[in-house]
Structures are given as structure tokens and as C-alpha cells.
Design a protein around this ligand. Structure first.
Ligand code: ADP
Length: 670
């Protein structure tokens, strides 16, 4: 085998020792010796640097140590160099150096191969990145605009390179009948050399979108861009021209556009609905207000005509009631919208709830000569845990609509059934309310639960379009569902499904009013109380004249409350703020007051603060006086706040004149 002696190495080193490319000579002992055993005879500094080893170690190793990836192809090519003198140009990745190298191998002498090695890692990565970027394009050209000459950069076919007259190429490559006919003239104008120079006079990139037929015969959107490579005297001279499909991008853009348009339409329709609602509201509020003020005037002018005054008062009362319902609905919806519904479940007989409700509805149906039926035969377990107040609200909204939207003489059927579900502790209670009224149109049906919406035909009747959205929110909060089917002029059917926890059966009579209400939150609540007072209690309280202290900063409210109570035979003391109420109680003789009705929101000292101070009075008799909040804050949390602040209960304003005196007596007996 040929070897390099010291002089040879010195000589080679003189030329190649410090050149900025790797240089190596590898010995080829004979044909029998495998390539990986070929000895390394010489490496220069750069080659050793690539490998991260010193030259002496390398020059004592074999091919295998510098390139352990010798497979059959490498073996074949290396032998070709060594034995046939066929030079080799290749690129290889070295796992030792973790780099890409370009390698030129040639026969140095018979029995020795020489290798020139160059680090091309950066170039290679750059090239790879470029290729993968280019693959996003259909075609890429380099165009010399002033010379009307082009050179195709991508795709590059093996052994072929396209270049030549740019104007001719436009026809050849682009106008092969593939451009969508409507776009053809514009595309031709856009690609024209002079126009490109003009368009690039004050920017570095110009683009144009058009349609063309792709290889599958489908029309696709394309984008052609010219990007400046070089300017001569400020004018575009050399450019890169890129063509790519933008079908996907465009599809996404279109989808987004549709989404934007849809949400815009939704926002518009919501704001329109709110506008309609506000105009309805202002009409609905003004109408009863007008009646209240008008009939008040008439009553004043006919003050000596008892019949006329009575008639006016009746009308004022019914307009006031209508206004109150409307205000309650608006408050409900704003409460629901801010997610503040509280569900308070307590043990109830569902059949009793239904029959009580039936009796209330009956009077409305009688008035319209409608037939109302209730079928609870499908209920097996009557005792359930349910929020009676909210269930009644749901029933009232649905059945109330049935009465409202069913003409005189119509029929309304309420059916309650029970269905077992997987959870043994719960059953589904299905409440169906069917009517044979005016029905709901197909167009309106999908919008029926949207706030503020009403069908045109129903405008002849009173309403705000809030009942059903309120109902749906309550049912959903109770983990239930509500569905509706309807046909115009045939009728409507609402189905409510509520999963309710079954309670063991108890004696129905025990469940009446007081116990049940007290159990929910310990608060006697006038709004929910059916006012069935223990006869004994009433007798006791009726015997004595109750002394009531009414505290309210609003003179009219003070007057209304004290008049009603005085009419009922009570002794009433009025006070217009919390501080003087506290002082009055503090300085009064024992047993001066049996009960204090306290407004909550008052300037200076609030009702809560006054109640707290009264509870701290040393005289235990005074500190124990029942205090009842009497306020227009009518939500459940207001009722709870009253209790938390040391009060015994809550009466919401406006007060129900009929129930008020009895309730005051009841509280006074606490
Ligand atoms: P309101 O009754 O105050 O208008 P709702 O939210 O309770 O508001 O009902 C919304 C609309 O749904 C009503 O205006 C009416 O057009 C329609 N609707 C509800 N229930 C019925 C029914 N039983 N029959 C016919 N239409 C109904």
C-alpha cells in the first residue's frame, strides 16, 4: 500500500495546511480492503476543525472514524474514485460534525483518494427553506424588464431550464386558454413590461388577483406579484415574478366576511328589537300613566259625585296594576340578563300547586268564556322539591299567553305527567299547555324566546315580548327545558320538562303556607304568602289596637301606609328618617310600639342602620320590637338582606292594600 512519508506530508501541508476548505487524503490499500478500513493519511487544519478532533488523532484513524455512514452506494462511489479514477461530486451530512458538507473526491494517486470538503450547512438550510417557500408558489420567474428577458426559477425540472423572451413567454406560459376570459385583458395589461415598470415606480411590490383554470379543470383564484430585485436610475429593472393560488385564502376571507355580516345582522336585529321594545315600552308605559292622570283629574273635578269617583278609582287601580306588572317584567329580564335568578326549592305537592294555579286561571278563562281543563292523572309522586314561586311564574306566563292568544270560547288544556329518568331520586315532570287559539307563524316560531319580540298579530293585545324569554331562563335555571309547537289558526302547545327531586309522601295539610315559607329562608314574605293566618293569632291581634311606627322619607308612601293602617284601627306614628326613628324608639316609654315598618333607602341613616341601632338598645323590650323592611327593593336578595340586618321580614312596595293590615298584625305578633 502506498504511504505518505514526512516529506510528502510537509509538501502537501505547504499547499493545503491552512486553506479555508477541508482537505484529506485517504489510503486505498487494495481491492480486498473494505472502504471503512481505508486509513486516513492526511487531514488539514480545516478538516480537523470540522470533525472537532486534532490532526494527529485523525491521521491515525480510518475512514470509518470520520464518516461512519458508509453504505453500499458510498462504498461503490468511493471504489469508483479509487480504482477507475472517476471523480465524485456529492453532498453528505456528517453526524460527527453535525453539518452538511460538499465533497469533491478524486484519485490523488493510484492507492490514494483526495477529498476537498466544504461546510455548506447554512447554504443548505437556506436552500431548503427557499425550496419549501417556493413550493407555496405555482411558478417563480426572474424577469429582466428592460431586456424583456425571463428566467424560470421554479419549478425546476431536472436538466431543463426555461428562459427567453418574456413577452412571448407570457403567451406561452400564461395564456394557454387558462385565464378566465373576463380577467384576460386585465392580466395581460398587468404583466406588460412597461406597465410593471410604471407600477413599481413608487413601490417595491405590486400584485394582481385573477381567476384561472387549474390542472383539474377547476377555476381557482391566483395572485401574481412582482417584487423589485434591482432598480436602474430609480426604475424597476430586474424583478421576481411569483404566481400562487389564493383559493384557500380567499375562501377563508369569504367565510370570515360571511361571519362578520351575520354577526352584524344579529347586532342590528338586536338593536332594532331594542328600539322597537323601547318604543313599545314608552307607549305601554305612557298609556296607563295617561289613564291614571286623566282619571285622577276627572275624579277631582267630580269629587262630589260618588259613583263617578268610584269608577275613576277603579280605572286608576287597574292601570296601576298593569304598570306594576310591566315594571316587574322589565326588572325580571334585567335580573335574568345579569344572571341573578336564585332557585329556592322546598317540599311541595305538585298537584296542589297545579290545582291552586288552575283556580286562579279559571276566573280569567270564565271571563273569556274559555274552557280550561287540568289533568294530573299522570302524576304518581306528588311530593317534590320545587321552587313554587318560579314554577308559578312559568305556569302563569305560558297559560296566561294561552288565554291571551285564544279567542272567546276557545279551549285550554293543562296536562301534567311524570316520567322516570336514570337518576332514581329525580323524575321528569312534563307540563303541557295546549290551546286552540290564533297560533304562531312558522317565521316567528324560531324567535319566540327572544327578548322584546312579538308577532305582528299579537300587537292587538297587551304585552311586552318579555314573558317567554323570562320563562325560558327560569326553566333552564331549574335544569329543565321548554319546547313549543304551533300552527296558525289551529293552536299552540308548550311543553315544559322539569327534573324534580321526589320527596317522601307526607300529609298534604301540613304543607300549607306558613311552614313552607318559613322553611325556605326564615323570612315571612308578603308577596308569596297566601295570607292564611292562624285564626287564633288573628283573634288575639284583632283584640288589641296595634301601635305601628312607619318610617319612610317619601311623604306619599308614608301617607298611604298610615291611612290604610289607621282605617284598619291601628295607631300609627310616622317618622321621615332612620335617625329620628331610632331616637324616637330609644326615648319612648316601654311598649309604645308593637311593630316598626321601616323603609330601607333613606337619606342619612338607612333603614338597616336604624334597625341595627334599635337591636342594640339596652332595654330588651325595645330591642325586640318586630321591624319589617318596607321597600321597593323586591328581589330575593333584598329580602335576605333585611333578615341579615336584624329585621324580621320584608314587605315589598307597592303594598297590596288588601293583604297589608293582616300582615302587619301577623308580624306584630312575632
Ligand atoms: P307577550 O305576550 O307579552 O307579547 P311573550 O314573550 O309572552 O310576550 O310572548 C311573545 C310572543 O309569542 C307573543 O307576543 C305572541 O306573539 C307569541 N305567543 C306566545 N304564546 C302564544 C300562544 N299561546 N298563542 C299564540 N301566540 C303566542
Amino acid at each position: 500500500m502506498k504511504k505518505l512519508d514526512k516529506d510528502d506530508i510537509k509538501r502537501i501541508d505547504k499547499y493545503y495546511g491552512n486553506v479555508p476548505v477541508g482537505y484529506a487524503i485517504i489510503g486505498v490499500p487494495d481491492k480486498e480492503c473494505d472502504v471503512n478500513e481505508w486509513p486516513v493519511l492526511y487531514v488539514n487544519e480545516e478538516a480537523a476543525k470540522y470533525m472537532g478532533m486534532d490532526r494527529a488523532t485523525l491521521m491515525n484513524s480510518c475512514y470509518d472514524a470520520i464518516y461512519p455512514e458508509i453504505n453500499e452506494t458510498v462504498r461503490y462511489l468511493e471504489r469508483k474514485v479509487a480504482f477507475d479514477g472517476v471523480p465524485l461530486e456529492t453532498e453528505r451530512y456528517s453526524p460527527i460534525a453535525k453539518k452538511f458538507f460538499s465533497i469533491s473526491a478524486y484519485q490523488y494517486d493510484y492507492g490514494m483518494n483526495a477529498y476537498l470538503v466544504k461546510d455548506i450547512t447554512e447554504k443548505k438550510m437556506y436552500r431548503n427553506a427557499l425550496y419549501s417557500t417556493m413550493s407555496a408558489y405555482r411558478e417563480i420567474y426572474h424577469v429582466h424588464l428592460k431586456e424583456n428577458y425571463y428566467h424560470m426559477i421554479y419549478p425546476k425540472y431536472y436538466n431543463s431550464s426555461e428562459e427567453g423572451d418574456y413577452a412571448k413567454a407570457i403567451d406561452k406560459h400564461i395564456f394557454t386558454g387558462k385565464i378566465y376570459s373576463d380577467d384576460e385583458k386585465n392580466v395581460r395589461d398587468f404583466l406588460d413590461c412597461k406597465n410593471v415598470i410604471e407600477a413599481l415606480s413608487n413601490k417595491d411590490i405590486v400584485e394582481y388577483r385573477y381567476r384561472r383554470t387549474n390542472a383539474n379543470g377547476e377555476v381557482e383564484w391566483c395572485l401574481t406579484s412582482f417584487v423589485i430585485d434591482e432598480r436602474v436610475n430609480g426604475e424597476a429593472d430586474k424583478v421576481t415574478m411569483m404566481i400562487r393560488s389564493i383559493d384557500d385564502v380567499l375562501k377563508r376571507e369569504i367565510e370570515q366576511q360571511v361571519l362578520i355580516e351575520e354577526s352584524l345582522a344579529q347586532a342590528e336585529s338586536a338593536s332594532k328589537a331594542k328600539g322597537v321594545f323601547l318604543s313599545n315600552m314608552s307607549h305601554d308605559i305612557r298609556t296607563p300613566m295617561n289613564a291614571i292622570l286623566g282619571f285622577t283629574d276627572i275624579a277631582q273635578n267630580n269629587i262630589n259625585n260618588k259613583d263617578r269617583v268610584e269608577d275613576c278609582l277603579g280605572k286608576i287601580k287597574s292601570s296601576g296594576n298593569y304598570l306594576l306588572n310591566l315594571i316587574n317584567d322589565i326588572l325580571d329580564i334585567s335580573k335574568i340578563e345579569s344572571g341573578k335568578i336564585n332557585i329556592n326549592e322546598s317540599k311541595n305537592d305538585i298537584n296542589i300547586i297545579m290545582s291552586d294555579f288552575f283556580n286562579i286561571m279559571l276566573s280569567q278563562c270564565n271571563y273569556k268564556k274559555q274552557t280550561l281543563t287540568l289533568d294530573v292523572s299522570g302524576v304518581k309522586n306528588k311530593q317534590v322539591y320545587v321552587d313554587k314561586l318560579h314554577l308559578n311564574q312559568v305556569l302563569y306566563n305560558i297559560a296566561g299567553n294561552a288565554v291571551k292568544y285564544t279567542p272567546e270560547g276557545g279551549e285550554i288544556d293543562i296536562i301534567v305527567k311524570e316520567e322516570e329518568i336514570a337518576d332514581k331520586n329525580y323524575n321528569n315532570y312534563i307540563i303541557q299547555v295546549k290551546d286552540n287559539g290564533i297560533g304562531i307563524s312558522k317565521d316567528f316560531l324560531p324567535h319566540i324566546f327572544e327578548a322584546f319580540t312579538r308577532e305582528d298579530d299579537s300587537k292587538k293585545t297587551e304585552g311586552s315580548g318579555l314573558g317567554l324569554p323570562i320563562t325560558k331562563s327560569i326553566v333552564t335555571t331549574m335544569n329543565g327545558s321548554i319546547q313549543v309547537t304551533s300552527e296558525e289558526n289551529v293552536g299552540t302547545e308548550f311543553t315544559i320538562i322539569l327534573p324534580l327531586k321526589i320527596a317522601e309522601i307526607v300529609d298534604v295539610d301540613v304543607m300549607k303556607s306558613d311552614g313552607e315559607i318559613k322553611k325556605t329562608d326564615g323570612c315571612l314574605d308578603m308577596d308569596n304568602c297566601d295570607n292564611t293566618m292562624n285564626k287564633e293569632e288573628l283573634l288575639i291581634n284583632n283584640k288589641k289596637a296595634i301601635n305601628v311606627l312607619v318610617v319612610d322619607d317619601n311623604e306619599l308612601n308614608l301617607e298611604i301606609a298610615s291611612e290604610i293602617l289607621k282605617d284598619d284601627g291601628m295607631n300609627v306614628t310616622c317618622c321621615s328618617n332612620g335617625k329620628s326613628a331610632y331616637e324616637l324608639v330609644l326615648n319612648s316609654k316601654p311598649c309604645t310600639f308593637d311593630i316598626i315598618l321601616m323603609d330601607v333607602r333613606m337619606p342619612g341613616m338607612s333603614g338597616y342602620e336604624a334597625a341595627e341601632l334599635i337591636r342594640k338598645i339596652d332595654d330588651s323590650e325595645k330591642a325586640k320590637i318586630p321591624i319589617v323592611a318596607m321597600t321597593a327593593n323586591a328581589f330575593d336578595e333584598d329580602k335576605r338582606s333585611a333578615l341579615k340586618n336584624g329585621m324580621n321580614g320584608h314587605i315589598s312596595k307597592p303594598i297590596d292594600v288588601e293583604k297589608f293590615p293582616d300582615l302587619v298584625r301577623k308580624y306584630a305578633s312575632f
